[in-house]
Write a protein that binds this ligand. Structure first.
Ligand SMILES: [Ca+2]
Length: 356
């Protein structure tokens, strides 16, 4: 009960945070919507330009065509194709600003041919010029010319949202995306330009591209006499890093453990011919492990009356011969199937449900 106000406060905080995050995302998506609208406008403009008037070239058609070029009819045809009918945000934006689109079409088009710039950036103010972000279209980190120095993406770039900070591309880090991450080295660098190149696969950190330029070797690699990073052969060590029923396979920078063939008890590689010794039910034969045929051994393994032996891979089975079935470990005469059927049939007819 004392926790109540605190709990309420934390709910409120979460609610506010979610709302703020939503608002920020809305600012970005409003610009994307506007961008889609102007792109579709330009497509619609091209589409309607190709509309032919019967294919003829009479003076009357020429006049009609030039009238159509700047007509309200053509504008309406273009506006109809601006949004998917399912996109609420798009349709809402077009409805809200249809007048501005009309103004541009009739009065501004010649002087301001870039619709995105005029409409989205300058008029309804949901976008910013490239390289700028946020309510006031401030420059992205690293400047609007090459945001993040060309090595990252500026948050909110070109929209009225975001915070202008950089998400650096793979290999780059730091506020300005000029530093190199571990596993990369600086191949070129000044105040405004940086090129980070990947280290050799064996290096954790490095100063150049080969395995001799490593500062520090990656796990699974070690420094050799020439101070180059080379693979550690984990499989050559004793004891083996793998389980007893596995063999070890070395790889560059790592190793793996693979299951032995199931005829083996321990092995040095894949297959029945790489066993250290044979598993139970198998014996060494011509360099591999072969099945033991228990049924043809001199000492019989199936000793009950009316029992026969069936050999299987790695084992054997004792089963009753024809006319006998197993009961409590012995083979007894099978009850004739005819009688069984009769007894079952009489059971069915005596079932009270059968009479319904
Ligand atoms: Ca290795």
């Amino acid at each position: 009960s004392e926790l109540r106000p605190l709990q309420l406060l934390s709910y409120l905080t979460v609610f506010l945070l979610v709302t703020l995050t939503d608002a920020k995302r809305d600012l970005k998506s409003a610009c994307l919507t506007c961008q889609q609208i102007t792109e579709n406008f330009n497509k619609g403009f091209e589409r309607t330009a190709k509309q032919n008037f019967g294919g003829g070239n009479t003076a009357w058609e020429e006049r009609k065509l030039s009238k159509y070029e700047t007509s309200e009819i053509r504008l309406m045809e273009i506006v109809e194709g601006l949004c998917e009918s399912s996109s609420f945000e798009c349709n809402h934006m077009v409805e809200e600003h249809e007048e501005q689109l009309e103004t541009w079409w009739f009065k501004r088009k010649t002087k301001h041919p870039d619709l995105h710039k005029w409409f989205c950036i300058e008029t309804i103010k949901v976008c910013c010029p490239k390289g700028t972000f946020g309510r006031d279209c401030n420059s992205c980190v690293g400047g609007s010319e090459r945001p993040c120095h060309g090595n990252g993406v500026c948050d909110g770039d070109g929209t009225r949202g975001g915070d202008g900070k950089c998400s650096c591309n793979h290999g780059y880090t730091g506020e300005f995306c000029l530093d190199c991450t571990d596993g990369h080295f600086s191949a070129a660098r000044n105040d405004t330009f940086s090129l980070c190149t990947e280290c050799h696969t064996s290096c954790k950190t490095c100063t150049g591209a080969t395995n001799q330029d490593c500062h520090e070797c990656k796990e699974g690699w070690r420094e050799d006499d020439q101070e180059a990073c080379v693979d550690v052969d984990e499989c050559s060590g004793e004891p083996s890093p793998c389980r007893e029923d596995q063999y070890c396979l070395n790889a560059d920078g790592s190793y793996s453990c693979r299951a032995c063939d199931n005829v083996c008890s321990g092995c040095t590689g894949a297959g029945a011919d790489r066993c250290q010794s044979c598993a139970g039910g198998y014996h060494r034969s011509e360099g591999t492990c072969a099945d033991v045929d228990e049924c043809s051994q001199s000492d019989p393994v199936c000793t009950e009356d009316n029992q026969k032996c069936i050999n299987t891979h790695g084992s054997y089975m004792c089963v009753c011969t024809g006319g006998y079935e197993e009961k409590d470990g012995k083979c007894v005469h099978t009850v004739p199937p005819v009688e069984e059927e009769n007894s079952e049939a009489s059971e069915v007819t005596s079932d009270p449900h059968g009479e319904l």
